[in-house]
Write a protein that binds this ligand. Structure first.
Ligand code: SF4
Length: 465
């Protein structure tokens, strides 16, 4: 099946990482501003079945160690294919590239990042023709609904530019379809388990108002995919009873999450980064990360190269977020989800956002409410938490009034008032137990009740008996 490619192809290579020193060449990625991959459904007579075109330089002509623009256009036709399936078929490009030994593919759409390793290159993987041939075989084999397929690779030039702009328009058209439809208006959500090879306990729950984390699959895409292949990696989820509308908890979602994660995740709050947050695989377009010093969220997207306001880069925050876990305060999201009125609804929505890169703030002009937009800092306003705090105070961010209330509660506690929730904030809090010392730096501890007892050393030595 893969006789045209000199390296192995299979599931076993999914998840393979190619480090900078091991790469022959990089396509797309953070050093390249324009890149894309797209699938378009076409008429039967518009496709030359099995054809692979290369517009620009081929792999062998690209200089070792350098980064290049890349465009991947896959055109397919088939009697039962519909345009709604484009997004879902397109997501398979990521999967299939990663099946190829010595090839790494990250992200999706306009954010793709591909590396071809030196070892595979020296084995003879030197042409897009070989990669295209493997992709065509995989698509044909796994998705018989595709009757004809042709692939074009672009590595620059005028045609690349023109298709890049066409792709951006097509993504926007797909995304805008789902806007306006409410979660309350449908009986069915969709789940996607495509990323379980990287994050075994993760499924994306795709609702009209919570786009998939990767930003590549809308509710409409999910519906089309589940209809085409009900037993496939994208499946329908009957919503079931609404347990909590504020947090977005549904019985049907909990049931599916539990079953598909082998019991790892049994509750999901769709609209919160706390409690039981939606899991994050690793393909998220952006991260909402909690900044305890200001009690609000920063947001960073993949394209942002610099450190965020807490000094950590996207890649470091991504390590804390990914893996299919429910990590409170580290939340993988798509850019499209930020357009939803359900965006972090239970945590305060846009009123809880304090910092984000200027690029996405500009993209979301008209979406971020007027009441808070000027109070959200970017990298141009605040580069660390101290300057962020000053900015938020100067711009009267909605969270600031909450800090003032908290400060006055703290003062009341210091003066002997015993309220419901005492708050202690300490620079360093050592906890001694079982021969080890854990130091909680700048921890804040909320307790309903504090019991202070004298310690009897004799009892301690005898184990308290
Ligand atoms: S991020 Fe979610 S929707 Fe996207 S491919 Fe992975 S599991 Fe599917």
């Amino acid at each position: 099946m893969f006789e045209d490619i000199p390296v192995e192809v299979g599931l076993v290579y999914e998840g393979e990482r190619i480090r900078k020193e091991d790469m022959r060449v990089e396509l797309g990625g953070p050093k390249v501003s324009e890149k894309f991959e797209i699938i378009l459904v076409k008429g039967q007579d518009e496709i030359e079945d099995g054809k692979i075109f290369i517009k620009g330089q081929d792999l062998s002509e690209l200089e070792e160690g350098k980064s290049y623009p890349i465009g991947i256009l896959v055109e397919v036709s088939g009697e039962k294919l519909e345009n709604d399936l484009e997004g879902v078929l397109e997501r398979r490009i990521h999967e299939y590239f990663n099946y190829i030994q010595g090839v790494m593919h990250l992200n999706q759409r306009y954010d793709i990042w591909i590396r071809v390793g030196k070892k595979s290159f020296s084995k003879g993987l030197t042409s897009f023709m070989q990669i295209g041939s493997a992709l065509i075989s995989l698509y044909r084999n796994e998705l018989p609904i595709i009757e004809k397929i042709q692939i074009t690779f672009f590595t620059g030039g005028e045609e690349f530019k023109s298709y890049y702009h066409k792709a951006m328009e097509r993504y926007e058209n797909r995304d805008s379809r789902a806007r306006g439809l409410l979660d309350e208006e449908v009986d069915t959500f969709y789940g996607c388990a495509l990323c379980q090879s990287f994050a075994p306990s993760h499924i994306c729950v795709i609702t009209p108002q919570r786009y998939a984390n990767c930003g590549a699959i809308s509710w409409f895409d999910g519906r089309a995919a589940a209809r085409m292949d009900p037993d496939g990696p994208i499946f329908s989820i009957a919503k079931g009873d609404l347990i909590d509308c504020e947090h977005g908890e549904y019985a049907g979602v909990n049931e599916h999450a539990s079953r598909r994660s082998m019991g790892e995740v049994d509750r999901v709050w769709l609209y919160s980064a706390f409690g039981y947050p939606h899991t994050s695989c690793g393909c998220f377009e952006a991260i909402a990360f909690f900044i305890p010093e200001v009690e609000g969220f920063g947001i960073v997207h993949r394209r942002f190269a610099g450190p965020t306001v807490n000094g950590l880069a996207f890649s470091t925050l991504a390590d804390s977020t990914a893996g299919g876990r429910q990590i409170e305060g580290f939340h993988g999201i798509s850019i499209e989800y930020m357009r939803s009125v359900k965006f972090l609804q239970a945590d305060g929505g846009w009123n809880a956002i304090v910092w984000m890169p200027a690029e996405i703030k500009n993209t979301l002009t008209g979406i971020i409410p007027d009441s808070v937009v000027s109070a959200i800092a970017t990298e141009n306003d605040a580069q660390d938490v101290a300057s962020l705090k000053t900015f938020l105070i100067d711009n009267n961010h909605p969270l600031v009034s909450g800090w003032r209330e908290e400060e006055s509660e703290e003062r009341e506690i210091e003066t002997g008032y015993s309220g419901n929730a005492p708050v202690f904030s300490m620079g360093e809090l050592p906890v001694m137990a079982g021969g080890i010392k854990i130091i909680l730096k700048n921890a804040k501890i909320y307790a309903e009740k504090i019991i202070i007892q004298p310690v009897d050393n004799k009892n301690l030595k005898s184990g308290g008996k």
